[in-house]
Design a protein around this ligand. Structure first.
Ligand SMILES: Cc1cc2nc3c(=O)[nH]c(=O)nc-3n(C[C@H](O)[C@H](O)[C@H](O)COP(=O)(O)O)c2cc1C
Length: 290
């Protein structure tokens, strides 16, 4: 019986000792049951994980953004990140674009845009009603006729200056009187006296010659201009403004008068819709740059 009681008492003592340990709050056992510490630890462990995921997300997006920037920059400051093929293609496209831009903005070598217009050759009163005539327009420089407007666009595109053909005597303010006078001049083969040229026309290689169709022909003042200049060896680009007659025979006439010039047919622009033709006029100049 004593032999049986001994293990029992050892068991009881062990149980008692165990109970005492619980009462002291010893962490060894508590640690295994309380969740906050491990949860914090888990949270600590998750935080970097989340951060890594965010970084991974950023890393996944960054190369795409980087490529886009590099491709659009084309400058090749970070060329290592761009494949050579892509860089080559982009550089070639940039070269083509800049060559085209240079071509369209390069001035036509040694050119002058010469024009005659009723507007600059008529002493209109300051309060002239520009709206009442399709051929008179007002801009920041004052009154401008159709031929003047065409010449201005040509000069802008060619990178050159303009010169107006000016008669000594002004034409009548009244439109119909000018029409009548022009007919009489044409019938008589009259050559109006011109004011002195503002430019040395002979010094230019390319002349853009712009004028209105008057009675199916050049205005007589343009005959005066051609009579007083030898345009041999020059390129003469002819632009006519009209209200239905187009060039008539003007290009052929200029070729006869200037047989040693290369006379090109430019554009015939209807006066009433001259503003609609701006791009065509500019494009013609670009397309015929030498
Ligand atoms: C005297 C005179 C004669 C004209 N004769 C013609 C003509 O024969 N055919 C035509 O289509 N337009 C004719 N027009 C219209 C002009 O050519 C047209 O309005 C032109 O755009 C005017 O240009 P400008 O504003 O530079 O003067 C004539 C205009 C004038 C003033």
């Amino acid at each position: 019986m004593k032999k049986r009681l001994l293990p029992m008492s050892i068991l009881l003592v062990s149980l008692l000792l165990g109970l005492c340990a619980c009462g002291n709050g010893n962490g060894a056992a508590a640690g295994g049951q309380d969740s906050p510490a491990p949860q914090e630890a888990t949270a600590d462990a998750q935080e970097p994980e989340t951060a890594v995921k965010e970084e991974e997300t950023i890393e996944n997006e960054e190369p795409a953004q980087g490529n886009t920037e590099q491709e659009s920059a084309v400058a090749g400051t970070d060329a290592a990140a761009v494949t050579q093929a892509a860089a080559g293609d982009t550089a070639a496209a940039a070269d083509t674009a800049s060559a085209e831009a240079a071509e369209s903005s390069a001035p036509v070598s040694n050119a002058l845009a010469v024009y005659f217009s009723r507007v600059g050759n008529t002493d209109f009163p300051a309060d002239v009603d520009a709206d009442s005539s399709a051929s008179i327009r007002v801009d920041e420089n004052g009154l401008m006729g159709n031929a003047g407007q065409i010449a201005a666009w040509i000069a802008e595109e060619a990178g050159c200056e303009t010169m107006e053909i000016l008669t000594e005597d002004a034409y009548p303010v009244n439109y119909n009187e000018t029409v009548d006078q022009a007919k009489q001049e044409q019938n008589a083969g009259f050559r109006p006296m011109l004011k002195a040229d503002e430019k040395a026309v002979e010094d230019y290689d390319t002349i853009y010659l712009v004028f209105p169709n008057w009675w199916g022909d050049l205005p007589m003042s343009v005959y005066s201009f051609l009579d007083s200049h030898d345009l041999s060896g020059k390129t003469v680009n002819v632009f006519v403004t009209h209200e239905g007659s187009s060039f008539s025979g003007t290009v052929g006439t200029i070729r006869e008068l200037e047989p040693d010039a290369e006379v090109l047919e430019g554009l015939a622009v209807q006066g009433a819709s001259v503003t609609d033709e701006e791009q065509n006029i500019r494009q013609w100049v670009i397309d015929h740059k030498n």
